[in-house]
Design a protein around this ligand. Structure first.
Ligand code: GLU
Length: 278
């Protein structure tokens, strides 16, 4: 049975682009008599707001989207993500990173060579070399730190990995292009990559439908699946909708939120038709 999901981060109101994403996953599940799950990815306390989560649920229901089971709210499961991090730490695959953004920029400028990954400049490894005793002392002193994945070691441990993209076929995972990604941020004991991978497996999602903007992230998710010994879903990355100016819909486009379209008097059927899902 197909299990899909929609997993918004409640950093703003639902807009046409994210409504399209929700409709794609919902249709795939419903057309196949499968399950459609909803997950609120609210791990970032500085950017996510409960009222946005509630508004998103209301807009989805208004659009005619229904979901199976309870909504999973990631902020309620921080302990699970911590436990998963402990497992990676037990394999020696994590290290604390005390760097600020400006430390990283300064080091990149100093070294004069800045390999670029899919998410921007690759972390230059400053904290990878800190001796264990110093790490422990700095953590004990309460110095804020993130946790980074030691990518070279993780890739060596996992070996070659593939994943299936519905449109592009078999993809060889190349997570090394990202460098030592952050798996737990300074302000929250997890990250998008960690939570999304664990939760898709935990919820039994076997078809991940999401926007092309997250295609590259799948390389990291595939590696994490291997490290945690999780099943690998099929991926279907859909096109990103653009406005008449050719730019992607984004949360800043207030007039294109579902709430604004509702207030302007459009029906749910009209809004679904606007994104080609009439
Ligand atoms: N929470 C992510 C976002 O809103 C999407 C996660 C996913 O679909 O993998 O961009």
């Amino acid at each position: 049975m197909i299990v899909t999901r929609f997993a918004p981060s409640p950093t703003g109101l639902l807009h046409l682009g994210s409504a399209y994403s929700a409709l794609v996953g919902w249709r795939r599940a419903r057309d196949a008599g499968g399950r459609f799950l909803l997950r609120i990815e609210d791990i970032d306390p500085t950017r996510c707001q409960p009222e946005h989560a509630e508004a998103i649920l209301e807009d989805l229901a208004w659009l005619g989207i229904d979901w199976d089971g309870e909504v999973r709210r990631q902020s309620e499961y921080l302990g699970e993500y911590r436990a998963a991090l402990d497992r990676l730490a037990g394999k020696g695959l994590l290290y604390p990173c005390f760097c600020t953004r400006s430390d990283i920029e300064a080091e990149i400028a100093r070294s004069g060579h800045a390999p670029h990954g899919p998410e921007g400049p690759v972390y230059p490894g400053i904290c990878r070399a800190i001796p264990a005793s110093e790490r422990e002392a700095r953590i004990a002193a309460g110095e804020p730190h993130a946790l980074r994945l030691d990518m070279a070691q993780a890739v060596a441990l996992a070996g070659p990995l593939d994943w299936q993209d519905e449109e592009k076929g078999t993809i060889r995972a190349t997570p090394e292009a990202f460098g030592d990604v952050v798996l737990a941020r300074k302000e929250t004991p997890t990250s998008y990559h960690l939570s999304v991978t664990l939760d898709d497996a935990l919820q039994g999602v076997n078809l991940v439908t999401r926007g092309m903007d997250l295609f590259e992230a799948t390389h990291i998710h595939r590696l994490l699946q291997a490290l945690f010994d999780l099943p690998v879903p099929l991926y279907a990355h859909h096109r990103l909708l653009t406005g008449s100016d050719g730019r992607r819909y984004a949360k800043r486009d207030r007039s294109l939120t579902i709430a604004a379209l509702r207030e302007a008097g459009h029906s749910a059927a009209e809004v679904r038709a606007m994104v080609g899902m009439g």
